[in-house]
Design a protein around this ligand. Structure first.
Ligand code: 4AD
Ligand code: MG
Length: 505
């Protein structure tokens, strides 16, 4: 058996492939099948003359997503999906599928989410998962090559690392325990043992709202470095993101093409990131400070106009096609073709409408942003839309950040935390900073945050035995996948998303 990914090594030879019928059409004695085997796609041409009546009829009848084995000669054909065609000599059906619910026509996203176990087979989803895989692999490569040791933090924890509002409580032998919101506190302990460590594990946040950025279960990568300060932390963060994005751009060209990802902004990631203090970022958000000769309010007005123009164009194309259909001169196949296009365009308009509906909200939150507040999704969107590059916002007001953030000695009231915001409106993908080392201050902060001191005794020990400056950060894997793939919503970035209101499939 040969895999589609290796077809180039078998050009002109006969091979056997095992896989599924992703889609097919037939015409006079020929069936053209889009064949997939998990490693890729190719066209399989099944000819009545070659395979004989029985196999041909079987192929012609074969429902979408039936599994089969095919044997045939490999021909290079750049025009075909995957760049290769198999001239089928013989085929064997492994299992005929029932009526497959996901057809080439457009489906609503709720329907697709309910069928996630099958939706994963669709080409776009396939491509996203391949990008996710390369991201994961390159993350490990980066850290391993830089001398970091991967160490795992526990999932059951007794403490709230990121505040008490998003905890999932479970019953741990009769005691309450929480699903980990972050491995960081354990990461700090492990960094004192190994110097440079990273964790890579699932984390949980009870987010009782449906947003395009939040999952209840997501994967976080958290490096923690002994003897690092905020500046070193930001340098590493930048180098790390550049490495991962760079790897995907090199290794996932085909996948990004399937996703129709415009990589203009990804290509710019190799340039130095913007670094700005919270106070300056606020001035940009509120429209008090221009970026490239433009205020945030002007930028939003321009975007609004551009989206409206795009919508008008789609509407006129829909009308054109609907008129054609109504004209009554088209053949059945042409009507289907046009109707499919219309459905697709209508979905695009729906997406545009969603974007358009956001703009007044963005404008509102930009104009009314209160200095000293944490950024919401809208604020991050506005800020990052002002730059074509990732932005690192640092030195945040202490009150809006977690208890473990170190206070800046030269800038009282501000914490040495940093958020990395991705461009194109994607917002926060990484959060991190330098950790508080002053044990008295830490105790005070734990009290202020109304956290139970007893759960943090072990953590405070780290400040008693060989206390050193240290820093780290946490990357949200799914947020990075969404940005790199250019997805509207985080739900497509993970095989089986868990979010408010969804536990199945
Ligand atoms: O900013 P956060 O809350 O930071 C921490 O947890 C730190 N302890 C990390 C550290 O310094 N070691 O979360 C880090 C990242 C965010 O930037 C975001 O990318 C992601 O985790 N994240 C989420 N991703 C999906 N769904 C959610 N509900 C998320 N909450 C955070
Ligand atoms: Mg954060």
């Amino acid at each position: 058996m040969v895999y589609i990914k290796d077809l180039s090594e078998h050009e002109g030879k006969e091979v056997q492939l095992k896989g599924w019928n992703a889609q097919k059409r037939d015409s006079k004695g020929l069936v053209f099948m889009t064949f997939r085997d998990g490693t890729g796609y190719c066209q399989a041409v099944i000819s009545l003359d070659v395979v004989g009546e029985e196999s041909f009829e079987a192929a012609k009848r074969l429902p979408q997503e039936s599994s089969l084995a095919i044997t045939g000669k490999v021909l290079k054909d750049e025009r075909q999906i995957g760049g290769f065609e198999i001239q089928v000599q013989s085929l064997k059906v492994i299992a005929e599928a029932e009526d497959y619910p996901i057809t080439p026509k457009e489906h609503g996203v709720d329907f697709l989410m309910d069928k996630r176990h099958l939706w994963l087979r669709s080409r776009r989803q396939w491509a996203i998962m391949r990008v996710r895989n390369e991201i994961i692999y390159s993350i490990h490569r980066f850290f391993q090559e830089h001398g970091f040791v991967q160490m795992d933090a526990p999932i059951f924890t007794g403490n709230a690392c990121e505040g008490t509002t998003t905890l999932f409580e479970t019953d741990y032998y009769g005691e309450p325990a929480y699903l980990s919101q972050s491995g960081q506190l354990y990461g700090e302990a492990m960094a004192m043992a190994q110097g440079l460590i990273y964790t890579f594990g699932p984390t949980f946040r009870a987010e009782k709202s449906k947003t395009r950025r939040h999952l209840s279960e997501f994967w976080m990568i958290e490096p923690e470095m002994a003897f690092y300060d905020l500046k070193m932390d930001m340098d590493l963060m930048e180098q790390f993101i550049q490495y991962v994005v760079g790897s995907v751009l090199v290794k996932c060209k085909d996948e990004l093409k399937v996703l129709e990802r415009d990589t203009t902004y990804l290509d710019k990631v190799c340039e130095p990131f913007i670094r700005m203090k919270y106070e300056d970022a606020v001035s940009v958000i509120k429209g008090e400070k221009e970026v490239n000769g433009k205020t945030s309010l002007q930028m939003l007005a321009e975007e609004d106009a551009a989206l409206k123009a795009q919508k008008a164009q789609l509407e006129s194309e829909i009308k054109e096609r609907e008129d054609k259909i109504a004209g009554g001169t088209l053949k059945k196949g042409e009507i289907n073709f046009n109707q499919n296009k219309v459905d697709k365009l209508k979905n695009e308009i729906k997406e545009l409408d969603e974007k358009l509906a956001n703009i007044p909200q963005w404008l509102n939150s930009a104009q009314n942003f209160k200095r000293g507040d944490d950024f919401g999704g809208s604020d991050e969107t506005v800020l990052t839309k002002m730059f074509g590059q990732p932005v690192m916002v640092y030195n945040w007001p202490q009150e809006v950040k977690a208890f473990y953030m170190k206070e800046d000695e030269t800038d009282t009231g501000y914490a040495k935390g940093v958020d990395l915001l991705a461009p194109e409106g994607y917002g926060e993908v990484v959060g991190g900073g330098e950790r508080e080392t002053d044990i008295e201050r830490l105790k005070r902060k734990i009290e202020e945050h109304q956290l139970p001191m007893s759960a943090f005794e072990w953590y405070l020990d780290l400040r008693k035995f060989g206390n050193v400056p240290h820093a780290g950060f946490g990357l949200g894997l799914e947020r990075l996948v969404a940005w790199i793939c250019g997805l509207q919503h985080i739900r497509e970035t993970i095989p089986f998303p868990r979010s408010y209101g969804r536990l199945l499939p």
